[in-house]
Design a protein around this ligand. Sequence first.
Ligand SMILES: [Zn+2]
Length: 608
Amino acid sequence: MLVFPQPHSIAPSGETIVLAENGKPTCSLVLADDAHPLERAAAELLATAIAEFGGERPGIASLPGVGVAIYLGESARVAGAFTGETPVPDQPEAYAIVAKGDGIALLGSDPPGTFYAAQTLRQMVREEQGRVVLEGASITDWPDFRYRGLYIESKWGPDLMGLQDWRDLIDYLAGLKFNSLGIGIYCCWCVQYEGKRTEFLMVPFPDHPELQTPKTIQYYSAKDGEWRALSYLPPMFEEDFFGEVVAYAKSRNITVRPHFNGPGHTTLIPTTHPEVAAKSAAGNPEPYGYCLSNPQTYELLFELWDSVIDRYLTPNGVDWFHMGLDEIWVSVGVDEDDPERAVDPWCKCADCRQSSPNELLTEYVIKATQHLASKGMNNITIWNDHLAHYGLLNDELVAKLEQAGVRDKVILQWWRYDEPVLEIPSDLGLRAWTTPMPGYYFWLFTQSYTSNIYPHLALGYRAGAEGTDAYCVFDPAYDRNYTCLAEYAWNQTSSGDLYQFKSRYARKVMGTSGFDAVEPFEKWDQVYDSMPLVGSTLDILLPYWHTYSRAREVYPRNVVRALLDDQLRSMRTYHRARTHLRRARDFFAARRDGAPDPGLIDEYLFEC
Ligand SMILES: [Zn+2]
């Protein structure tokens, strides 16, 4: 039984249960009249899954109708349907399923548990000789990480997603039993294209029309045979639908957490509000960083954060907020007039010089978390890297957070996308999430990050991390990475090792087993599963890193010349990578039409 993530306990009965025959349902879904919205969503999900094979939708009612009764949530308890046979684990989001010929019961420890039971049963439904069937089984299941999800950066790609794209994404995540979705709403990077800084703001601030990030992309249209320009604001910003995304996610048991970065990764606010910007030694406002001695800095930031909380979070009952805090370092490429100039984000004004950057940052963390807590935010996430690098993650900081009344609200997100894998200290006394990467640079060669995801989650679980969300820019071609993340976020104790996961995944995607299922992925992995190979040898062929800040060069001149010289004989590597990918492509193509999801095979074909 190929279910992702794999349930903790499945006992198949060997019985085949028929849910529809000749396009007519032979089952009905039973739901209490006052069922929780998530239980109703569970019933809708199953009705859709059964009708997906070309038949009618089974009815949903408070009493059993024709054929096999499928009881969901409270109705299973009331009907006494098989309760006691398979106890539901006593923890959030757990569930039990009993599927027998005379009835099916899906019972959660809470409404999300019943929703996840339906997500499991949905994957068990299949077509067999004109009938829609599933294999009888008793299942008990629960999540090993309390919080599981993706963090989607404000970046190229997400900035062009419309409301329906976000809804589709949320349905996909819910299918993998993710319950958390971080969304970047403000973050900035260095000068890259057209001599402009790379700034993204995904929500409008009505009182601050100066805060917006219009873009113009120049691209060559192969279809039209000429260069085109696309000028736009992010649809999420222009149509102001972030609140609708938060509400839709909630209807799928997913909590959306906005991510507002700073005091690194911020250039839009300092350049539009020079009064709060970090000052140079000569007293001039810098395009990057904040003056943390100026009360106006806090006033402006808190005004913006409050606006996000009041408009989008509190109305939806969300008490999560990410305040960034990564990579507060000297940076080139932030001054558009002089991109080669290194700019220090630490202010040099007379007041700031009274304190060290570490003292200023500690004060910032305390003030900011206290303010967010006063606005009802009970879960405040911050990146670990800067605090860890400067030795600030110590008992002293924990004591200060305790004194400020926020220690139990602060969560450190431990991230690293390279080796060696980051190990979370288990004795720090702060809540922790582990953050691997499941794919980000969709504009470069695709990349398998399973060798980053698998150890991060295994070690994070051992260290007692309560959650995991992976940092990404969403692309359906990263499906195996997302599925791997879902697998080990949900099931650390009985899902098997990474090799077993890859084998199960190959069987699911290819709709077959053995050589024909595994061979395309084996050849794919020879090229795309190596972080060192993809991240350097392959990606250097493409323009991206050649346009990035200090490394700016004229593309593709230098790459072509280097290839022609071939002093390191790397051409041989490229030829061999091509040979592997051609073989993978041929195997994917051969099974494309018979695969369970041809669209997913198309993603793999494209990347090959
Ligand atoms: Zn200052």
